[in-house]
Design a protein around this ligand. Structure first.
Ligand code: SF4
Length: 464
């Protein structure tokens, strides 16, 4: 049985409201346990001997249906798995899909270092955060254990990103682990042929291991049971990723395994791996990169917890990263920024004062349109509960009183700070013009409905 309400979690807490966890009451802490924003070990009294049984029981009852597996160490470690639901809207998906990009041991040293740097340095700013890549998958294409070990050492020298050591040959995996075991890499993969040797390696080096049984969920389950009975439970399951003609089977296997895991079949409740780069065996160039992105998108939405991919071209990375960011955004929390008055560029007394909503996508779009067009200005951001301008006007989250409150709370007196005493409402909030004039006593101008049109609007409407 799992617990899913704060009241149930509260029963296991000390109920002293001591505040050592940083929360005012045990009930408040219990709410954070349920939404997973805090962990049981953050209640210090619970870790004492007196509450040992409570702590252990609570940890069990709060454990996610799908086991969490950590790959790597330190700040760069990634956690995969950990989901409790099949559908994101029922709670949220935890631990975004980890994207690993391949290098191989027949690359020249120069090519290898460049590609690893390209992987670790890639970042794209999107709605207030940088989207980045997570791991390096080292493939053995030489068949030579020493060469694989040398490549692994070079990759470790170049990056601290988590590693996947990829070969079906236990000798090659062993050579990689001889240099990389301390970094807790994921070894890929144990199969129905090599499982004894790979299990031995996983036990010896205490590293997570991927199990592979292409298009054979029963064999995958059998492997998982065998490894678990040997005490190896940091497992990742690879049911096979077949592009185009085998895609339906692949998709159904992912659904079947994840549904079983969420429904309580603990023997198969592990993170899933998709390998979109299998498409490169069938085609190359833009076509392969395209289909790789298609597969990555499909398995990001449906239960891939980690993926191995090849194309690091922007036309592949951008859609893959954006869909991941969208799927792993918590639907319970609007994506929003703080309200207030912000400077864009170096505004002075003649600079315009724009108003917008605090929906993060709106804010960053407006801010970026202003900054990239070198428009020095003030940007007043109203707390609309993270709702965009048009919907916030319709729902009442953006109104004249809130606009006045925003300026008051920020201590920003438009009359004092500017010569013009005017604010500019978004075109989509034009109907608030009269109310805002009455509420604030300011001159209210109506800007364009789309912030991309602000430069042209400035040319015709704003006298600097
Ligand atoms: S530290 Fe523990 S006992 Fe103290 S208030 Fe927080 S949850 Fe309650």
């Amino acid at each position: 049985m799992k617990i899913n309400s704060p009241l149930q979690a509260y029963e296991y807490l000390p109920k002293t409201n001591c505040g050592d966890c940083g929360e005012p009451t045990c009930m408040a802490f219990a709410s954070h346990l349920i939404d997973r924003s805090m962990k049981a070990e953050e209640c210090p009294p619970l870790l004492g001997e007196e509450y040992n049984d409570n702590y252990n029981t609570l940890a069990d009852l709060l454990a996610p249906e799908i086991r969490e597996v950590v790959i790597g160490t330190g700040d760069h470690a990634i956690t995969i798995g950990g989901d409790d639901v099949l559908y994101r809207h029922k709670l949220t998906f935890f631990n975004k899909t980890a994207f690993a990009y391949d290098v191989w041991d027949t690359m020249s040293e120069e090519e290898l270092v460049k590609r690893v740097n390209d992987i670790q340095n890639y970042k794209k700013f999107y709605i207030g955060e940088f989207l980045t890549l997570d791991a390096v998958a080292i493939r053995c294409t030489s068949g030579d254990a020493d060469q694989f070990a040398q490549t692994t050492a070079k990759v470790m020298e170049t990056t601290e990103l988590p590693l996947l050591l990829c070969s079906l040959d236990p000798e090659v995996l062993g050579a990689g682990l001889a240099v990389a075991a301390d970094r807790k890499p994921l070894i890929y993969a144990a199969t129905t042929e090599n499982w004894r040797d790979v299990a031995e390696l996983a036990l010896t080096h205490n590293v997570p291991v991927a199990l592979s049984a292409p298009n054979d969920p029963d064999a995958l389950k059998s492997l998982a049971l065998t490894f678990a009975s040997a005490g190896i439970t940091d497992l990742v399951l690879d049911p096979g990723t077949f592009p185009t003609d085998g895609l339906r089977d692949s998709f159904e296997n992912f659904l079947k395994i994840r549904r079983a895991g969420i429904d309580g079949q603990t023997d198969i409740a592990y993170p899933l791996m998709a390998v979109p780069m299998t498409v490169w065996e069938r085609s190359d160039g833009i076509s392969a990169a395209y289909w790789e992105s298609v597969l990555a998108s499909i398995f990001t939405v449906r239960y891939g917890d980690i993926m191995i991919m090849h194309s690091i071209e922007p036309y592949s990375l951008l859609p893959e990263l954006h869909i991941r960011d969208t799927v792993y955004t918590d639907p319970r929390k609007p994506v929003m920024v703080d309200a207030g008055v912000f400077e864009v560029g170096s505004p002075d007394r003649k600079s315009p004062v724009f108003i917008t909503a605090n929906f993060a996508l709106t804010y960053y779009t407006v801010e970026s349109d202003l900054a990239s067009n070198d428009i020095d200005c003030y940007l007043g951001v109203v707390d609309t509960d993270g709702i965009g301008v048009e919907a916030a006007v319709a729902g009442g989250q953006l109104n004249a009183a809130k606009i006045k409150d925003m300026f008051d709370s920020a201590g920003f007196d438009v009359q004092e700070k500017t010569d013009h005493g005017a604010v500019i409402l978004p075109g989509l909030a034009a109907r608030l013009q009269g109310d805002v004039e009455d509420e604030t006593g300011l001159t209210v101008m109506i800007g364009p409905p789309d912030s991309g049109q602000i430069p042209r609007w400035m040319e015709s409407k704003w006298e600097s």
